[in-house]
Unconditional design. Structure first.
Length: 407
């Protein structure tokens, strides 16, 4: 299994100069190979990487960049190329790969060699070949017995530097029981962030303070003279406000997805690709869609990590269908309660949807033969509204559980 661990680097001024120089040299190498790509037939990452040693004969700077880092630059160009081709095949209108200007290229990657994580007298440092030993804030441990495969060094638009360690754990996690006992269905929504079949109704995260701070910073920026020293300074502030907003949201999603992946044997959600987001007006549809996508991706890989079964089901009709008798009733978005005209079953709209999601998930997982008992036949829990803040503070929708900062 592969995971990424991200740490803040604390470079000295001398390191900073080296890091900036290395990024820029890599950017030039990228542009060099892009130029060749546009003018030479039948090139590949492999064939181009083989040219690197001879390039060093006249391009002296390259001797001061680790060879694997240079190979990765070429790889990155060809990865971008195949992404672009993939999009084209899928019917997207795409341009060509663009020359990278300074500021548009912000990272470089070591793979297999040229780096080492050191711990001397309680201080953790990352040794990077041709650059040196950079202290880093080791805010969380790596799992035992892992091998670091790659190190990506990256400067965020805020100006801060980070190291992303790509690690591989030796064995697959223990799979949870083949016949899952603790099962949950989760409905992601607009008014509430998530509603699950155990009665947790997690509210959306309140980001209005952060949004306001961002907007204020952007207004300040627009009042500064474009390109001036103050403008440059303010631009960093704007980038920091952006990062604040993003980090707060990610933190919330990490904690919520961790909770579900750890607590349950089977987690069922709606397949977002198939989910018609037509109920929503354009802008909020895109925003909600993006946030749900992030959540579901996190949930999926965390389930994989924990050995939890993850099932995405067809979302068609999950809000309309009655979780008790299966009869469909039209229900506009503003109708918050499910009240079945056929069987009289009453539930919160999203709770009803979550039950449908869970029973579809169980059917899909166990096959049609095992679907005699639908979950709703067991007692319905009383729905508990949970503020997103509680998830952020305790790491779960429950107050009693141990807080967990791990991701
Ligand atoms: Zn019914």
């Amino acid at each position: 299994m592969n995971y990424n661990y991200r740490y803040r680097l604390r470079p000295s001024d001398a390191h900073l100069e080296q890091l900036t120089w290395t990024v820029d040299t890599c950017r030039q190498v990228y542009n060099h190979f892009l130029h060749r790509l546009n003018r030479t037939d039948d090139t590949s990452a492999y064939s181009e990487q083989k040219l690197l040693p001879s390039l060093k004969k006249w391009w002296d700077d390259l001797k001061d960049v680790h060879s694997k880092v240079l190979q990765k630059v070429v790889q990155r160009l060809y990865d971008n190329l195949s992404t672009l081709r993939g999009r084209k095949e899928n019917g997207y209108r795409v341009g060509t790969l663009k020359w990278k200007a300074p500021g548009e290229y912000r990272s470089f990657t070591y793979s297999q060699s040229g780096f080492k994580l050191k711990n001397t007298s309680g201080r953790t440092r990352l040794w990077l070949s041709k650059i040196g030993e950079i202290p880093l804030t080791f805010h969380r441990d790596l799992p035992n017995d892992v091998e670091i495969k790659t190190v990506t060094v990256k400067q965020e638009p805020t100006g801060k530097w980070y190291a992303v360690l790509g690690v591989e754990t030796p064995d697959d996690p223990s799979e949870k029981p083949e016949n899952p006992e603790r099962c949950v269905g989760i409905d992601v929504g607009i008014l509430k962030y998530a509603h699950d079949t155990d009665g947790n109704a997690v509210e959306s995260l309140d980001l209005s303070d952060e949004r306001e701070r961002l907007e204020r910073a952007q207004r300040d920026l627009s009042r500064k003279e474009h390109g001036s020293a103050n403008w440059q300074k303010q631009r960093k502030v704007v980038a920091e406000r952006h990062a604040e907003l993003k980090n707060k949201r990610r933190d919330f999603l990490h904690k919520l997805s961790n909770y579900y992946a750890r607590e349950y044997d089977l987690v069922t959600v709606e397949d977002l690709d198939a989910k018609g987001l037509v109920e929503l007006p354009g802008n909020s549809r895109n925003r909600a869609g993006a946030a749900w996508g992030t959540f579901l991706r996190m949930l999926e890989y965390k389930c994989e990590r924990e050995g939890t079964h993850f099932v995405a089901v067809d979302p068609a009709g999950t809000t309309k269908e009655c979780a008790s008798c299966g009869v469909s009733t039209d229900k506009p978005l503003w109708v918050r309660e499910h009240s079945c005209p056929a069987c009289g079953f009453k539930a919160d709209r999203d709770a009803n949807a979550a039950w449908n999601i869970l029973s579809r998930g169980i059917k899909k997982r166990l096959g049609a033969g095992h679907s005699e008992s639908t979950p709703v036949e067991t007692a319905l829990p009383v729905d508990t509204p949970v503020s997103a803040k509680r998830v952020v503070e305790t790491g779960s929708p429950h107050l009693k559980r141990e807080p967990s900062g791990e991701r």
